[in-house]
Design a protein around this ligand. Structure first.
Ligand code: ASP
Length: 693
C-alpha cells in the first residue's frame, strides 16, 4: 500500500513511538509496520512484526480478526470456527428462540455440524487488501466547487472505486475515511454469508450480571459464543487463525487486542466534542431510556413478546448506559477541557508558522459549524434514531425511499439502495419480523411522535405535526390497526413496488413516510454539505495537530481493522480503592443470589463443586485502547495465541472515545480458560475440544 501521508513523516514516527503511552492507539496494520520493532519487542511481542502484517502480501495474522455485523471476532481453527462475544451473536440466538425452545435462556450447543443454526443476516468480512486512495479522492475534490458538490464528488468517486474493486470475484469493498478525510483507504474484503451458530452459553452466563455489571469491574461474565463460517456449503478454511493458548495470562503480561473499533471522536475539536456531549449523548441516554422502559412494560408477562424485543432491548440498554458513562467520564476526567488546553497549545505553535494559517482558519470554522448545528440537534437526533426506533416507521421510510431510489441508475442511488445492498435489505426486512411486537412497537412509536411534537418551532417536523394534531394515542392506534407495513408478507410485496403502487395502497404508515420524505431528504442534504465542509477542514487542522505532537497519532476508530498493544493490569477507580486485574469462578459463585441477573445455572454450580473455583480464571483487565465494535476482539499474547476475548470497558473508561487516560484505560476480557472449562467440564463438548486441539 502507498502510505504517502505516513511516509512523509516516517523517520520521526519510529523515533517517537516510545513517547506514546504504551496502551494508547488503535493502530492500523500499516502503521504497525512504522512502529519501532525494538519497542514492540520490549513491550512483549515475540513474533516478527511481519508475521502480524506482511508488507509484501498486505496481510498477516491480524487478518484472522474479522468483522461480524459491527462486532469483532477471530478464527480459531482451520475448520472455520469463529469465537466472538455472546452479545454479538445474541440476535442469532433470538432469531431461533421461541417460548417452547428458548435458546436465549438455555444456551445452545451443536453436537454435530448438522445441528448448527444459520443466521439470516449474520455475515463475516475478512480483509484482504488495503490501498491508499487519498490522492485519487483529493484530485476529485479539487475540481469541485462548494461543500455539497465536494461531498457528492467524494461520494461518487468512492462508489466508482468500490465498483471497480468488486469486479474481483467474491470481493466486498469499501472506502474507509480516516479522521474526516486525512486519509482514504480502499479496503477489499471477502464476505462469508453462511454463518452458523455452534455454541452459546445460557444467558445467565453469557450476560451474568446483566445491566448492573455492564461497563463495570469486577466482572464475572462469560461473554462468548462460537459460530462456524461456511463457503460453498463446506467449512471455510481461513489462511490465518489464532491457536488457543495453553498458558493463559497473569498480571503484567503483554497482550494485543485485534478488531474493528467502530467510532471514536478524539480528532474532533473541543467545541465539536461539547456538541456530542450536550446533544448526542444526553439525548441518547434520555430517549433510549424512555424506549427501554416502554419495551419492558409492554412485554411484561408475555413470553413471545419478551423474546421478540430481547435483542432490541439489549442494544438500547447497552447504548443508553454507554451514554451515561460517556457523560460521567467527560465530567470526571475533564476531557473536553483538556482537549481545549491541547488545542490552545497547537494554536500558539501554529501561529508562529505561516504554513499553518489555513489550519487555524479551519479549526475556527469547525467550531463555528458545531455551534450552528446545535440549533437543530434534537430534530436531527430524532431523524437519525429512525433505524433504532419503531420498526413500522423504519420499514415505511425504507420502502418509500427504496421505491424512489430504485428507478435511478445504480451509481446515482444512495449507497444503501444500490443493487449490491438490495439482497441484504430484503433479508433485514424479513428478519425484523422476529423482533416485532405490536404492542411494544406502537408504544415506542407514540413516544417518538410525542417527542417530535415537543420540538421547538425552528426544529419542528411538519409531517408529524400535521398527522398528529389531534389525540396522539388514538391516531397512533388507528394507524397501527390499518397499516400493512407490519405484516411480513405485505412488506415483502412492498419491497418490489413502485412509488405509485405504494401510494395507491393508501396505507397510513406509508403515507406518513411519504410526507416525511422531503424533510428527511433536506436533512440528509444538510448532512452531506456538512460532510463536504469537514472533508475540506478537518485534514488541515489535523495536519497541524499531528505535526505539533511530533509522534505517531493513531486515527479515530472507523470500523476498520486495528490493533492495540497492552498489558494485563488493574487500576485505581477512585481514592483509596485498587482493583486487581483478574477474576475467577469463585467470584461468580459469590455473586450468585439465585435471582436474575446473578443466577448461576445449576449445571455450572454442580461442575464448580468438582474443582477449586479459584483456579478457574474468568475475566481480566488490560490497558488496551478499545471502543464499541471491539466487542469480540481476539485478545492474543506475544506469540499470537488466543488468551481471551475483549467484551467491554470499565465505567471510568467509557469516555475514552474522547481521549485516552492511561490511569483508567482498561478493557474487559473474558479468559479463554473459562471457555475451555465450560465446554470441557460442563458441556462435555469433546467434538469442539478436539477441533480446537
Ligand atoms: N461492550 C462494548 C460494546 O458494546 C465494548 C466497548 O464498548 O468497549 O461494543
Amino acid at each position: 500500500m502507498k502510505l504517502h501521508a505516513i511516509i512523509k513523516c516516517a523517520a520521526c514516527l519510529v523515533l517517537a513511538a516510545a513517547l506514546t503511552f504504551a496502551g494508547e492507539g488503535k493502530w492500523t496494520p500499516q502503521q504497525v509496520l512504522q512502529l519501532d520493532p525494538a519497542w514492540l519487542k520490549k513491550e512483549g511481542l515475540q513474533l516478527p512484526v511481519s508475521r502480524l502484517w506482511d508488507p509484501q502480501r498486505g496481510t498477516g495474522l491480524l487478518a484472522a480478526a474479522v468483522n461480524i455485523g459491527g462486532c469483532s471476532a477471530g478464527f480459531v481453527s482451520s475448520t472455520g470456527l469463529i469465537l466472538t462475544n455472546h452479545h454479538c451473536l445474541f440476535s442469532l440466538l433470538q432469531e431461533h428462540s421461541r417460548p417452547d425452545r428458548d435458546l436465549i435462556t438455555n444456551g445452545f450447543l451443536a453436537r454435530t455440524p448438522s445441528e448448527e443454526l444459520p443466521g439470516k443476516t449474520t455475515r463475516v468480512t475478512v480483509p484482504r487488501k488495503f490501498t491508499d486512495v487519498t490522492r485519487i479522492i483529493e484530485d476529485t475534490v479539487r475540481v469541485s466547487a462548494d461543500d455539497l458538490a465536494r461531498s457528492k464528488a467524494i461520494d461518487a468517486k468512492q462508489k466508482s472505486l468500490v465498483a471497480e474493486c468488486e469486479k474481483t470475484p467474491g470481493a466486498r469493498c469499501r472506502v474507509a475515511v480516516f479522521d474526516g478525510g486525512l486519509q482514504y483507504v480502499l479496503i477489499e474484503s471477502f464476505e462469508l454469508s453462511d454463518i452458523r451458530l455452534v455454541y452459546a452459553p445460557p444467558r445467565a452466563i453469557g450476560e451474568f450480571g446483566g445491566e448492573i455489571d455492564n461497563w463495570m469491574w469486577p466482572r464475572h461474565t462469560g461473554d462468548f459464543a462460537m459460530a462456524r463460517a461456511y463457503k460453498d456449503g463446506k467449512p471455510y478454511q481461513p489462511e490465518f487463525y489464532f491457536p488457543i493458548s495453553k498458558s493463559g495470562v497473569k498480571p503484567g503480561d503483554f497482550v494485543m487486542v485485534l478488531g474493528y473499533p467502530g467510532r471514536t471522536v478524539r480528532s474532533l475539536t473541543a467545541g465539536e466534542m461539547a456538541d456530542q456531549r450536550d446533544y448526542w449523548f444526553r439525548l441518547r441516554a434520555d430517549i433510549y431510556g424512555e424506549w427501554i422502559r416502554i419495551l419492558e412494560e409492554t412485554t411484561k408477562g408475555d413470553p413471545a413478546a419478551t423474546i421478540a424485543v430481547a435483542s432490541t432491548l439489549k442494544s438500547l440498554n447497552n447504548a443508553a448506559k454507554n451514554a451515561q458513562g460517556q457523560l460521567a467520564g467527560l465530567q470526571r476526567g475533564r476531557i473536553i477541557e483538556k482537549q481545549a488546553a491541547r488545542e490552545d497549545a497547537v494554536i500558539s505553535w501554529a501561529a508562529q508558522r505561516p504554513q499553518y494559517a489555513k489550519a487555524l482558519a479551519a479549526k475556527k470554522e469547525l467550531d463555528g459549524r458545531a455551534a450552528e448545528r446545535r440549533k437543530t440537534a434534537t430534530r436531527d437526533f430524532l431523524f437519525q434514531a429512525i433505524p433504532n426506533g419503531p420498526l413500522a416507521l423504519k420499514h415505511a421510510a425504507t420502502l418509500v425511499r427504496l421505491a424512489a431510489e430504485r428507478i435511478k441508475p445504480d451509481m446515482q442511488r444512495e449507497t444503501d439502495y444500490m443493487d449490491r445492498e438490495l439482497p441484504r435489505l430484503r433479508d433485514r426486512l424479513e428478519r425484523d419480523q422476529k423482533s416485532f411486537s405490536l404492542k411494544a412497537d406502537q408504544a415506542v412509536f407514540a413516544s417518538y411522535v410525542n417527542r417530535a411534537l415537543k420540538l421547538s418551532p425552528e426544529e419542528h417536523i411538519a409531517a408529524i405535526d400535521q398527522m398528529f394534531s389531534a389525540n396522539v394515542e388514538q391516531t397512533v392506534a388507528r394507524l397501527y390497526s390499518s397499516t400493512k407495513v407490519t405484516s411480513l408478507d405485505e412488506r415483502l410485496k412492498m419491497f418490489c413496488e413502485t412509488t405509485e403502487q405504494l401510494r395507491a395502497r393508501r396505507d397510513p404508515m406509508l403515507d406518513l413516510a411519504f410526507a416525511l420524505e422531503p424533510e428527511l431528504r433536506a436533512y440528509q442534504q444538510e448532512s452531506k454539505t456538512h460532510d463536504g465542509a469537514v472533508a475540506r477542514l478537518r485534514p488541515e487542522w489535523r495536519r497541524a495537530v499531528i505535526a505539533h505532537a511530533g509522534k505517531p497519532v493513531a486515527p479515530d476508530a472507523n470500523g476498520t481493522l486495528r490493533v492495540s498493544f497492552a498489558h494485563v493490569k488493574g487500576y485505581a477507580p477512585r481514592d483509596g480503592v485498587i482493583y486487581t486485574p483478574q477474576t475467577t469462578l469463585a467470584g461468580m459463585l459469590e455473586k450468585h443470589t439465585g435471582e436474575e441477573p446473578f443466577n448461576v445455572p445449576a449445571i455450572i454450580r454442580d461442575a464448580a463443586a468438582t474443582v477449586n473455583p479459584e483456579q478457574v480464571p474468568l475475566d481480566f483487565l488490560a490497558d488496551a485502547d478499545t471502543t464499541g465494535g471491539n466487542s469480540g476482539s481476539p485478545t492474543v499474547n506475544g506469540r499470537g495465541e488466543l488468551v481471551g476475548l475483549n467484551f467491554d470497558r470499565v465505567w471510568e473508561n467509557v469516555a475514552n472515545d474522547f481521549g485516552y487516560n492511561p490511569d483508567v484505560a482498561r478493557n474487559v476480557n473474558v479468559d479463554i480458560r473459562f471457555f475451555l472449562w465450560l465446554i470441557k467440564d460442563v458441556q462435555k463438548a469433546d467434538n469442539l475440544l478436539s477441533e480446537l486441539k
